[in-house]
Design a protein around this ligand. Structure first.
Ligand code: SAH
Length: 541
């Protein structure tokens, strides 16, 4: 399920989360090709398990490599760290076993030896295993130990790199690591080596005179120690420092300070990991604006309420503008239980003059049915096509069909008005949902058209929202809630009632807005153009 957006590290709604106790699962229960071959005793010899150590990147799910996605798509078991964005697990199949090795905010929950044991057990069971690690698997990720254990057990492996946090901070927060004038080299340093105030495994004296940028990973809690040591060994207190927290996520925040002030800045604000701390003159050359956080919807959380299969493009548009999105469909779309009326209409298409589509769903369900019945698009050869708006027309275009009529405003009234003058005596087939407005049928019938309404899909209210969505709305965690049809508006009123006052409502059209207003929840914006683009423009303001 598409449930959360680029931004959130914590918002992923996951399927099949297994607690971190891995018991070997029978060969017969595993996925994909393997299940076909289950029972073939030679199979494991021919297809031994393999472990892929994959870099998940710093948080933004778009930063996974293509190779990483490819191995995730065919993984049979995925062991993932808490720093890996759970949204990446969407790339895995429904059959893949997902094993969480730590909780957000709590870090690792299994000892390294236990992780090694479980990963090896899965591979010995013949599985394709992905070990998904935050950032890059080779940077402070104990990959060396895992590889040693794999080699000792004779398990084949591959390593797939990822974007490490230091490079993400440079790209997403504009903190330069190298600079022609100030820094010709970079050191990646773990702050965990200087826990002990009396001594440190790190050569901080050496690092104090390192002629480039110092990047501290896991350095928040130990900052007082390493900052003091660096200064003691001559690093100027005025050395510029940037602290980037939750880099590449909706929570990203950057604090600029100096080495002398690092302990003070970190302590009172109680800044929690994960944060990357960049120390060096290059930091002063930081760009004035942050492209990432200055996107128009950065930091805003939007609840999208369209049916799941229709939500993708709206979700993508919002995310591209920096929003974090959550999906809670207010209605669900399903095929009709009985196709006989549709099938009869398809058989008689030769007698039909106009096919009138009032939604993209209508196009899909009707045309897919034609193709399923082994007809092809020639069965539409005698029909003219009307579409209510651009999304419907675009869906027809996916089937290589061009519309003959599309109104200028994307409403049933406008479509009916424009079609009416040509409709007298014409057979008009209206492809529609199981519920909806009658205005098209009424207007065309009044214009002496021969109208047949054909239900090509069911539209039903979703009875209950997911509890976490209801709680988040009640707590005022959503900045916006999108209302993309009047049916959705009605369902939302039933679903959430007065909690709709805890967010700004964005309605796609005056019709949807009217439903909300009538229920006592006037929207903050109504799209000027009744499309999802228009809606997003309204939200951006
Ligand atoms: N292998 C990882 C590092 C793991 S160590 C990588 O290559 O990035 C964990 C540390 O990485 C955190 O304590 C923090 O310092 C840093 N880190 C990881 N993700 C981060 C993020 N999104 N923003 C800031 N720092 C991050």
């Amino acid at each position: 399920m598409l449930s959360s957006a680029s931004g959130s590290s914590t918002g992923g709604q996951l399927r099949r989360i297994t607690l971190p106790v891995y018991s070997s699962i029978s060969l017969h229960a595993s996925a994909g090709e393997r299940s076909k071959l289950a029972g073939d005793s030679d199979y494991m010899a021919k297809h031994p398990g393999k472990v892929y150590l994959v870099g998940a990147g710093p948080g933004d799910p778009g930063l996974l490599t293509l190779r990483g996605r490819e191995v995730l798509e065919r993984a049979e078991a995925v062991f993932y760290d808490y720093l890996a964005n759970p949204l990446l697990l969407e790339h895995a199949t429904d059959e893949a076993e997902l094993v969480c090795l730590g909780q957000h905010g709590k870090g690792r929950v299994l000892a390294q030896e236990e992780i090694n044991r479980q990963v090896i057990a899965a591979a010995q069971d013949g599985k394709q295993v992905v070990r998904l690690k935050g950032g890059d698997p080779s940077v402070f990720a104990r990959t060396g130990e895992e590889i040693t254990a794999l080699e000792a057990a004779g398990i084949a492996y591959e390593v797939v790199p990822g974007v490490t946090a230091a490079l993400a901070a440079s790209a997403y927060a504009g903190v330069p690591l190298t600079h022609r004038d100030y820094a010709s080299c970079v050191a990646l340093i773990t702050g965990q080596e200087c826990r002990d105030k009396t001594g440190s495994a790190l050569d901080l004296a050496g690092l104090a005179s390192f002629p480039g940028t110092l990047v501290f990973y896991m350095g928040v809690t130990t900052a007082p120690t390493w900052a003091a040591e660096l200064m003691k060994h001559g690093k100027p207190a005025a050395t510029p420092v940037a602290i980037v927290r939750h880099c590449s996520l909706a929570e990203q925040r950057t604090i600029e300070t100096t080495l002398g002030e690092v302990p003070e800045v970190l302590a009172p604000r109680n800044l929690r990991p994960p944060a990357i701390i960049v120390v060096g003159e290059a930091v002063a050359a930081r760009t004035a604006s942050e492209w990432f956080t200055s996107r128009p919807l950065f930091g805003q959380t939007v609840l999208v309420t369209r049916p799941e299969e229709q939500a993708k493009s709206l979700v993508r548009k919002l995310q591209q503008l920096g929003a974090t999105t959550k999906l809670q469909p207010a209605i669900e779309i399903t095929p009709v239980a009985d196709w006989s009326a549709v099938d009869t209409a398809i058989e008689n298409l030769a007698t039909c003059d106009w096919l009138v589509f009032s939604s993209a769903n209508g196009v899909r369900f009707f045309l897919n049915r034609i193709l399923q019945l082994d007809y092809d698009l020639r069965s539409l050869a005698h029909c003219r096509l009307a579409a209510i708006g651009p999304a419907t027309a675009e869906t027809l275009a996916e089937y290589h069909l061009r519309v003959d009529l599309q109104p200028e405003t994307y409403r049933a009234e406008a479509l009916a008005e424009q079609l009416a003058p040509q409709a007298a005596g014409q057979r008009c087939l209206l492809l529609r949902a199981s519920r909806g407005r009658e205005v098209l049928a009424e207007t065309l019938s009044a214009a002496s058209a021969d109208v047949e309404q054909l239900v090509v899909y069911e539209s039903r209210d979703v009875a209950q929202p997911r509890p976490e969505v209801a709680e988040a709305l009640a707590a005022g965690h959503f900045d916006w809630l999108t209302v993309t049809s009047s049916a959705i508006a009605r369902s939302l009123v039933n679903m959430f009632g007065d909690d709709l006052r805890n967010t700004k409502l964005a309605a796609i059209s005056p019709l949807s807005a009217g439903v909300l207003e009538a229920a006592g929840y006037p929207p903050t914006v109504v799209a000027e153009e009744y499309t999802t683009e228009g809606l997003v423009r309204g939200i951006v303001g």
